[in-house]
Design a protein around this ligand. Sequence first.
Ligand code: 13P
Length: 258
Amino acid sequence: MAKPISRHVPLIIGNWKTTPATREEAVKFVKGLDRKITTGKYKLPRRAYYLAAPDIFIPHLKAATKNGYIGSQNVSGTSLGQTTGQTIPSQLLSGGADFTLIGHSEVRATGETADARAHKVALSLQAKLMTVLCLGEHERDKGGKYLQELEDDVKHALSLVKRDLFEYLVIAYEPVWAIGAKTPATPQECFEVVIALRRALATLGGIDYAKKVHILYGGSVLPENAKSFLEEGGVDGLLIGRASQDVQDFYTIISSCH
Ligand code: 13P
């Protein structure tokens, strides 16, 4: 069973999305990354990164890496039984997943509703699978209404969760307009959202529980800008798409953040 994660380590999570094409490429990637981590000039923690990979690769990646945690990009909201083509949190855990993403905007775009996401988050946390709940606004209005909407969204997404499971929870703030884009949010824009999200968490579970939750930023994170989100954006880590699909870029981000 997954252990609650330590808040002292920045959480650097790669989201591989639908890459790479083959198991061989996936295994070669983590072996190359591990080599850089163990032989590079920076002293890094033994487990220095997280990778959300295609489910079918998880056991192979787990066997191949000593320096990373491997997870899934989604879970099914169904339960054990007669539903075809779904993978539930307990199966992911048993197959070796250390964590999962839930509610990524690219999953929401395929029709995942807010209620379905809340249900998945509850199932995943009940299974004690470390759960990275993704959320973020589609666009910003000048009056700042999106901040209230994000607070409401996080409250809804966690409405079925008991607060003692918050220690398995991570929140990834990913403004949809910054995903796969040219420009990320600024660290200051990120900071305002982190405050709003912590306020919502405190309303839900009290300040002590709210403090336990890691909040990450994602959306056009690159080697050049990664550190600024940790230093000025008030986040505990990053969720990285494109730059996690290149060994050197991902290694540069991992080492600069640690
Ligand atoms: P990019 O880093 O490619 O913008 O993707 C962000 C993302 O979707 C991570 O989940």
